[in-house]
Design a binder for this molecule. Structure first.
Ligand code: ZN
Length: 350
């Protein structure tokens, strides 16, 4: 009887899953796949096999559910997850309450190992933040919570990056960090997001889930008020019943106890140097003026960015080689910038 009902449950689940996932296409793949939680849209001309669509749908749905459970929040409507194959980089919520845009290639083979890992919920957290804070997002907290929930879901270390920043003297004092935000410098963004995520992770581990949810909800009340920085510090102190200076001492103690690999510290230094190319501003400028950046430049930017982080584990990469490539990319970016400003001042068509 038990076996019989278990089999029935499995069959029923299969039917429900099949129903929620929509009907399987006959032959060619469709341009979207959906259930009650999310609709995933694929770019035109890309054939995504049905089995891949199902796996993607399952992974994205689990990731959204995790975020909803974490914050005790239910999205009032379906999330729209769009694969857009952007020329540049950057994943984001595009300012819409329920849309995430992903520029990375869509997996098209069932063999793709990424299909068997949990799906990163980072952008979905931004959607929750903006909904709960009524679009009055404070960058430092917005990125801090997004990185924290991402790390918890993906089982990534909560403090490693911040430990490295502290060891290099690149972590600002807590009261500055809590307000630190930069969307124009990759390194400053790194410091703000990883620093705040680690601090929130410390609160999560030391004071529990409820205390950081109180903090998250409390931000909605102080957001947009005058003297925000004072209010934020009072809010953190209220949620933990601990003075901010003591929190900083305890948090740094946690960070100092973590052994950071010397090659990781070198990678951080290189990443800071690479920031001199000012790439975020350059890409934004090109998008704004509708100027196409040399694809060879973009390819080297991506490859260099990836190699800087691969340097930590890949001993065939040397610091000298990466430093030389960074100098090249900084000069190359400068040339592109000059080209744009010449074209702009002479009025030649882009
Ligand atoms: Zn983010």
């Amino acid at each position: 009887m038990r076996t019989h009902s278990a089999v029935k449950t499995v069959v029923l689940l299969a039917i429900v899953t099949w129903f929620l996932a929509g009907s399987p296409p006959t032959g060619a793949s469709s341009k979207e796949t959906a259930n009650d939680t999310v609709v995933i849209r694929f770019p035109d001309g890309i054939d995504v096999p049905w089995e891949v669509q199902e796996l993607l749908l399952q992974r994205v749905t689990e990731s959204i559910r995790f975020v909803e459970d974490f914050f005790g929040y239910a999205f009032p409507r379906r999330i729209e997850y769009q694969f857009i194959e952007s020329r540049y980089w950057g994943i984001g919520s595009a300012g819409y309450p329920n849309i995430v845009r992903d520029p990375w290639p869509v997996p098209t083979s069932i063999e793709d190992p990424s299909l068997y890992r949990p799906f990163n919920p980072h952008e979905v957290v931004h959607l929750v933040n903006h909904a709960i804070w009524h679009h009055c997002a404070v960058d430092s907290m917005d990125e801090g919570f997004a990185c924290l929930v991402q790390n918890l879901y993906l089982s990534l270390p909560l403090h490693y990056e911040a430990s490295g920043l502290l060891a290099l003297g690149e972590l600002p004092p807590l009261q500055t960090l809590l307000l630190e935000s930069s969307q124009v410098s990759r390194f400053r963004y790194f410091v703000a997001s990883r620093g705040n995520s680690s601090f929130l992770g410390f609160l999560y581990e030391r004071f529990g889930h409820r205390s950081i949810i109180r903090l998250h909800r409390g931000l909605a009340e102080i957001c947009g008020e005058g003297r925000f920085s004072d209010n934020l510090i009072s809010l953190v102190e209220k949620c933990t019943s601990t003075p901010i200076a003591q929190l900083e001492v305890e948090w740094h103690k946690v960070l100092r106890a973590i052994q950071v690999h010397p090659r990781y510290l070198t990678a951080l230094r290189l990443y800071k140097e690479y920031d001199k190319a000012d790439l975020l501003r350059l890409v934004k400028q090109c998008e704004w003026l509708d100027v196409e950046i040399d694809p060879a430049f973009m390819a080297e930017v991506r490859s260099l960015n990836s190699d800087i982080w691969s340097y930590v584990n890949n001993e065939s990469l040397t610091e000298e080689e990466l430093r030389a490539r960074i100098e090249e990319i900084v000069k190359w970016a400068e040339e592109i910038r000059r080209g744009i400003s010449d074209r702009h001042t002479t009025g030649s068509p882009a």
